[in-house]
Design a protein around this ligand. Sequence first.
Ligand SMILES: [Zn+2]
Length: 371
Amino acid sequence: MPSRFSLFVTVIVLSGCAEPTLESTVNIQMLNARVQALGDSLISPGDTCTRIHHLWRDQLRLSLSQAGRSSRQRRAAFIDSVYRPHRDFWDGYVGGEDEFTRRVARRWVDLEHDPRASIPVDVDVAGLIVETNRVAAALAGRSPRCADWYLIYGPGMANMGGLSSGEMLVDFFGFSDSEQDLRIYVPHEAAHVLYGGRRADPQDGTLLSSMLSEGFATYFSVLFHAGTVSPAGALGYSAQEWDWAVENERALWDIVKADLDSRDEDLIRRFRAAGERVRPDAPGKIGYFIGYRILESYVRRHGTESWADFFELPLRDILSRSGYPDAGSATGPMPGTPAGARVAQPAGTSCDIDDVRPCRDPVAIVCCALE
Ligand SMILES: [Zn+2]
């Protein structure tokens, strides 16, 4: 069964099965003890709109209960207790029971001792997702959209993403290390949830649609973080990668512009995946970069709050009205902040009055100027 996973996928080398080691058993015992000590807050079900499924917790429990049993018995237990109750989700992400067995159940034995297994114990991921979705909806001035979020020890094909069915996932083995700050990534996914796709748009499923969706999510992430995360940071680019993309922007546009209407999945993947290069010297995810720059250009032309037009305007109109690439991109603080405005800000942070925008909703707890 083909995977319905719609975001970028990095092919990884998968390891074979192995018997549990003393080190891995000790690690999952320690993790489980910390979960017990932290209590129910760590496995919050979310709320009625942002529903959290802690499959990682089931995987942890299962590992403990199966310690000492054969690899075959453990895999069978994973199929019964982790895969089957959430078959649609796993089929959408990894592509069926056989793929689950190969990419998740077998591999987990090798990863029990992986430092990334501690991410959901170190961070209140459920609380972070629920709060980010609430603030994102307030920032956009829109009602929250409901979604199921699956928190898993998965195959690491992505750290976070969405399935075409609308289900969201956090795969702790998709992060490059255990120290990565999840707060940087959650607003990007919250933007995807708020946006919810554009099935009726003639461009739905095209390269342009993919680029604008990712560009918008990146743009929204920068807005959400209110100047504390740069566009390069929101894209996962180093400073050098960002500078290269800006210096070669016109050449990149020349590569992509003839294929904007294409629905070829391999071609779209070339512009989405972190591991793909549209030129040997280019960074990955060039589609994200160009999509972000189109949104920047649009806002520069149409005003500080015009980014929200993305929720309504046909995708081709977003591009044509952006003036991209000829209009260039905004590089300085967004215009339009009224002088002497009162500023709303999160507790424990400071806001630079020259670098805030008007609040779309005064309950938003990001830096913004109250009207
Ligand atoms: Zn995205």
